[in-house]
Write a new protein. Structure first.
Lengths: 203, 203
DNA sequence: GTCTATATTGTGATAGAC
DNA sequence: GTCTATCACAATATAGAC
């Protein structure tokens, strides 16, 4: 395997990622990916047998972005509020770097939900340590009683939704000003954990 | 225009809605829509000139579901906490009845964001009365200081995200048990406004 | 208005020269 | 490994009979 090979394969993956993530499996065109990579269609099939295989490579990679290595942290014995802050910051940072990933994942999973089975297996997601911790804090009266499932969904909602709804929010809420929306996203790193902790802490 | 005509057109619209909303513009097939409506492809083009025109009709209709007539309410002089409860309940109810609409809108808008411009014009969305009310309540010290833009996005996030992410949540958080997820969605009618109000009320 | 048949175009995939 | 040319088929759209 020569250097040239590697570099072509990388170019394909990079181009495919750009196109697939913006347009989805069905919206993407092999021609478009080839153009973006500066090669022709035939080479795509030389490196990856089919559109499906190429898509699979991109999709798997994107999944890894949505399931970062914070599971260890969630299992740890850090204080609840610290975990909430680390969790939200981690996701908001990851999506700020890859803003199209959330919408991509959402759409493709609703197209073919069976993919989640593999995702869950490979990622080793386990929300129960966190759920148990929330239950313990509720029972010992350290926080306002809260259903841990709703808490988790609320956390994920506030981290992910703004990236899925970016075009709506820019137009409706920010007068089509993309810059002030960027600023807004940066603020969420602080605002979201602050909001969540306010909702459950006793004062 | 005979009764038969109307009924065929309605059948087409109903079928198209089913297919488009589940599969999106690019995933949907005219053949599939024709089958669902119990007619053939040619009739689709007789009633709606092209796939694009048919899609446009469905999309516009779906938008109206995501922008219900609660704008009047938001402009009213109801107490802030009452508005928050009405707002969240209204959205959660609308999406419970049309669970595929949020994902559909999100995906299509990221495919062609320019559609939002028309949407906003026609719907007359204006968040400023609500924003001003939040500012007033903050300044008079009635609530914990909160940025109104983040508050609105948080509200929308918690109402909409669970419907966009349904397949993920069922598999990862609810052990593939769709029934307990349904139960969970019903609970959110109470949990979401409760959570939001807790986050901003002084105690 | 509704159908069958067909035209037309787009797109994933392959063959084969270099 | 990379290209050009082409195939095979799927999907939108139209023509024309009834």
């Amino acid at each position: 395997m020569s250097n040239k090979e590697i570099s072509t394969e990388q170019a394909i993956l990079k181009a495919a990622k750009n196109i697939f993530i913006r347009k989805g499996m069905e919206g993407a065109r092999m021609q478009e990916i080839a153009d973006e990579a500066g090669i022709n269609k035939a080479l795509l099939h030389y490196y990856f047998r089919s559109k499906d295989k190429l898509f699979e490579a991109i999709f798997t990679d994107a999944i890894l972005k949505i399931v970062p290595n914070i599971m260890e942290m969630m299992k740890s014995d850090l204080p609840l509020f610290t975990k909430i802050e680390l969790f939200t910051n981690n996701y908001i940072d990851a999506f700020t770097e890859n803003p199209f990933v959330p919408g991509f994942i959402m759409h493709e999973l609703s197209r073919d939900p069976s993919k989640i089975v593999n995702m869950v297996k490979n990622a080793g997601i386990n929300p129960h340590p966190f759920i148990d911790q929330v239950k313990r804090e509720t029972e010992s009266g350290n926080i306002i009683p809260v259903d841990p499932y709703h808490l988790i969904v609320n956390m994920l909602s506030m981290c992910i939704f703004p990236f899925v709804a970016t075009p709506i929010l820019i137009n409706v809420l920010f007068n089509k000003n993309a810059d002030s929306y960027k600023e807004f996203i940066l603020q969420r790193r602080k605002e979201v954990p602050h909001f969540i902790i306010n909702a459950i802490k006793k004062k």
